[in-house]
Design a protein around this ligand. Structure first.
Ligand SMILES: NC(=O)C1=CN([C@@H]2O[C@H](COP(=O)(O)OP(=O)(O)OC[C@H]3O[C@@H](n4cnc5c(N)ncnc54)[C@H](O)[C@@H]3O)[C@@H](O)[C@H]2O)[C@@H](O)CC1
Ligand SMILES: Nc1ncnc2c1ncn2[C@@H]1O[C@H](COP(=O)(O)OP(=O)(O)OP(=O)(O)O)[C@@H](O)[C@H]1O
Ligand SMILES: [Mg+2]
Length: 354
């Protein structure tokens, strides 16, 4: 509905209909035109859901997000996710990480609010575990309701005690209807415990190729395939029940079990680590904005796209644009930080602030 107002898209739909009548040689062109139409739609959605910079607004209204992640090994991933959320326009970005990781993450940026509350097994004795997990939950419970979206997993690690605590955090967030983007090691957690997200319509899973393969194996009990990727993704989302999944790759495929969308806009040939983390932080912001937009326009849920799908499309198209601008200037030395620096310019080019 958002996109159909665009004359560009109408023309693309006309071309798609015309090519449908063509033969074998037209298939690739048809595919390319469909991809262009989806990319245009993703940009239109981004424009539509991005809130205006209104002087009457107060701090927090443009979004408060929290990342649950960061441990002894990984401090970059939660930082990338949290700072990307701010660079796109969220007002506040929190990180809930282990005690070891907190001073490091704080030292990257004074903009982030960092809570050193998580514990890994190596740091505690068996008899302390119950009391410590109670403390972790009590600490995060004080904050949960204030967040518009939680990102669970960037740089979380796979320590069993820590993952047990994070599973409980997810259950509490779910009880309070806080949207949850599950990425990185959060996907490792839910692949072992799918009940954490089964049936939760505000859960968004953002698997990379490996994480997707593990999810398919667990839920569909088969190997992931490249042919029929759309149908497979749709089936996976349906089988898990109500969740939205974005399968990252050459094209990002997005499905909530009802519809399947893809974003294929050219990004960058550099595959440096951390780009998925930018995406998870960005999706958290866009899902919050899409939900705000949906409730402000008052349209019923049948007449417009699922806000979680809109958030994924907007996040994907923005990351790809920033990655392509970064690559144009930094070429082979492009790093995740270079892409983050271009999120603002990319957003400005798609949806100018004033
Ligand atoms: N600077 C940082 O702190 C970063 C930390 N990260 C964190 O690292 C943890 C593990 O994430 P990973 O993404 O490594 O986990 P994966 O399970 O995706 O990757 C595990 C291994 O598979 C390999 N692999 C990746 N793509 C592949 C492909 N297409 N085909 C075959 N093998 C492939 C990787 O090189 C890696 O060694 C997560 O917590 C994640 O958030 C990453 O986000 C990257 C940046
Ligand atoms: N082969 C590819 N061609 C073009 N873009 C890609 C390709 N693979 C991934 N991407 C882009 O990079 C983004 C991050 O995906 P990726 O698979 O690198 O995530 P990830 O492995 O979780 O990253 P991270 O290192 O942050 O954990 C995706 O949104 C996608 O747009
Ligand atoms: Mg990742």
């Amino acid at each position: 509905m958002l996109a159909s107002s665009s004359s560009v898209l109408r023309r693309q739909h006309f071309l798609v209909r015309s090519l449908c009548l063509g033969g074998y040689g037209n298939r690739k062109r048809l595919h390319d035109i469909r991809s262009m139409a989806f990319d245009t739609e993703a940009e239109n959605i981004l424009r539509e859901i991005t809130p205006p910079l209104d002087p009457s607004k107060y701090k927090g209204q443009a979004g408060k997000v929290a990342i649950v992640g960061g441990c002894r090994e990984y401090t970059g991933a939660p930082y990338f996710a949290a700072i990307s959320a701010l660079k796109i326009g969220a007002d506040l970005s929190h990180v809930f990480c282990t005690k070891d990781a907190a001073p490091v993450i704080k030292s990257y940026s004074p903009e982030l609010i960092v809570h050193p509350i998580l514990e890994e097994s190596y740091n505690i004795r068996d008899e302390e575990k119950e009391q410590i997990s109670g403390k972790v939950l009590a600490e995060i419970d004080k904050w949960l309701e204030r967040f518009d979206c939680l990102v669970v997993g960037p740089g979380l690690g796979r320590d069993p005690f820590l993952l047990g605590c994070v599973g409980q955090i997810m259950s509490h967030a779910r009880q309070r209807n806080v949207p949850i983007v599950v990425d990185g090691d959060g996907l490792f957690l839910i692949t072992d415990n799918p009940d954490l997200v089964i049936g939760y319509h505000l859960a968004v899973l953002t698997p990379n190729i490996n994480e997707y393969k593990r999810l398919v194996k667990k839920v569909l009990n088969c190997e992931a395939k490249d042919q029929d990727a759309h149908q497979e993704l749709q089936l996976l989302a349906k089988q898990i029940g109500s969740v939205t999944i974005m399968r990252k790759g050459k094209s990002d495929l997005i499905s909530d079990g009802d519809i399947v969308k893809s974003v294929s806009q050219y990004g960058s040939p550099r595959r440096c680590g951390g780009q998925g983390d930018i995406l998870s932080g960005s999706v958290a912001v866009f899902v919050s904005w899409a939900r705000q937009h949906s409730s402000a326009t008052g349209m019923d849920s049948t007449s417009q796209m699922n806000p979680t799908v809109m958030g994924c499309m907007a996040g994907s198209v923005l990351l790809r644009k920033a990655a392509s601008l970064a690559f144009a200037s930094k070429r082979r030395s492009t790093l995740t930080g270079d892409i983050i620096e271009l999120l603002g310019r990319s957003l400005e080019e798609i949806s100018p602030a004033c």
